[in-house]
Design a protein around this ligand. Structure first.
Ligand code: ATP
Ligand code: MG
Length: 334
């Protein structure tokens, strides 16, 4: 197991509340048992106003030379910044947990599953063109990318002690493209015989998320389905302030909250730091620091459960940093 003395982490706070939730999260991480060496960089709207570009090559290289990147938020330029990093670093996995934490507005108690989305091809391959009477988009599904994402899903299940992986597709209609994805899934599954497998149609999955979400453990799927199901998953556990994400490649990982820069609440200490803290939990998992990941998650869980020192969106009156301070003291007590 790869456990380092000191991890090199690129930190990009970005715009708006990205700065606040990043400061809060780094404050909490000071009490972690794992040591980090941070390199800070700017990217996003403010950076673009100063320099004319939202993300510099130096920053891309800095992220490449780091083991992981913590990213806050970028405003209008978010797509440019993240898409560029995703491409340059070949971050082919988008991972989104769906967990209902106590004291939050979830629709079902005890939800705990993850969605693993293929993030480089599928219907978002960028192959769209106008035709005489409309337009077409080409959906690219390769065996290599399908096997790679399915392998990631099984390995993630293995590492995080999850017992089932479900492939989501529509192979009854998209027989060729989703056929390749489904076949790749079962081919990879042969190497993980101790993990339960099943596969479901995407439409049925969308319904089961609402009717029986407890049936899911790890869900692996193609780009567009994953995009839609990830947001449906976010809806199940409620509140943008709570949802982290991971973008992972062969040699790098980028961890960011799902929310954006939220200019309406920026600079006021109102931002909930949970999504950014949970992004750091995903980073710890990525670094194979599972014990530390659980400790940090449990510290936050205690604060959410008590519901006393929490931000306004969670029904409290505390500021971003007050909530972070509370998470830090719980972490120190664990
Ligand atoms: P951007 O253009 O950067 O995405 P946005 O205006 O779309 O910014 P989001 O960050 O996507 O804003 O969030 C939408 C709304 O949800 C915000 O306006 C804010 O009120 C709320 N929100 C988002 N994140 C948080 C958070 N961490 N804590 C509290 N409220 C949040
Ligand atoms: Mg937004």
């Amino acid at each position: 197991m790869k456990v380092w003395d000191m991890y090199k982490i690129a930190v990009i706070p970005g715009d708006g509340i990205g700065k606040e939730v990043m400061e809060a999260t780094l404050h909490v991480l000071e009490s972690s048992n794992v040591d980090f060496e941070y390199s800070f960089a700017d990217a996003g709207d403010e950076y673009a106003e100063k320099t004319g570009i939202p993300l510099s090559e130096e920053t891309v290289n800095l992220v490449k030379q780091s083991q992981a990147c913590l990213f806050g938020a970028a405003g209008e330029t978010a797509a440019d910044v993240i898409v560029k990093l995703r491409k340059e670093l070949d971050l082919y996995v988008n991972l989104r947990p769906v967990k209902s934490y106590p004291g939050t507005k979830y629709l079902f108690e005890g939800l705990d599953f993850v969605i693993v989305r293929e993030n480089t091809e599928g219907l978002y391959s960028g192959l769209e063109e106008y035709t005489q009477d409309g337009a077409t988009a080409t959906r690219v599904i390769t065996k290599a990318a399908s096997e790679r994402i399915c392998k990631f899903a099984f390995e993630y299940a293995e590492k995080t002690a999850r017992s089932k992986v479900t492939a989501v597709h529509k192979a009854n209609v998209l027989k060729k493209t989703d056929g390749v994805f489904k076949d790749s899934f079962y081919k990879v599954a042969e190497n993980f015989s101790h993990i339960e497998t099943d596969d479901r149609y995407v439409d049925a999955t969308a319904m089961f998320f609402i009717t029986q979400p407890q049936m899911f453990d790890v869900v692996v799927t193609t780009n567009l389905y994953g995009d839609i199901l990830s947001d449906e998953g976010a809806g199940l556990v409620g509140g943008l302030g709570l949802i982290p994400s991971a973008n992972i490649g062969e040699t790098n990982g980028l961890f960011e909250p799902v929310h954006g820069s939220a200019p309406d609440i920026a600079g006021k200490g109102l931002a909930n730091p949970s999504a950014m803290i949970l992004s750091a939990v995903l980073m710890l998992e990525y670094l194979d620091e599972y014990d530390e990941a659980r400790r940090l998650e449990n510290a936050l869980l205690k604060v959410l459960d008590e519901g006393k020192v929490v931000t306004k969106d969670l029904g409290g009156e505390s500021s971003t940093m007050e909530m972070a301070e509370e998470v830090r003291s719980k972490l120190e007590a664990l």
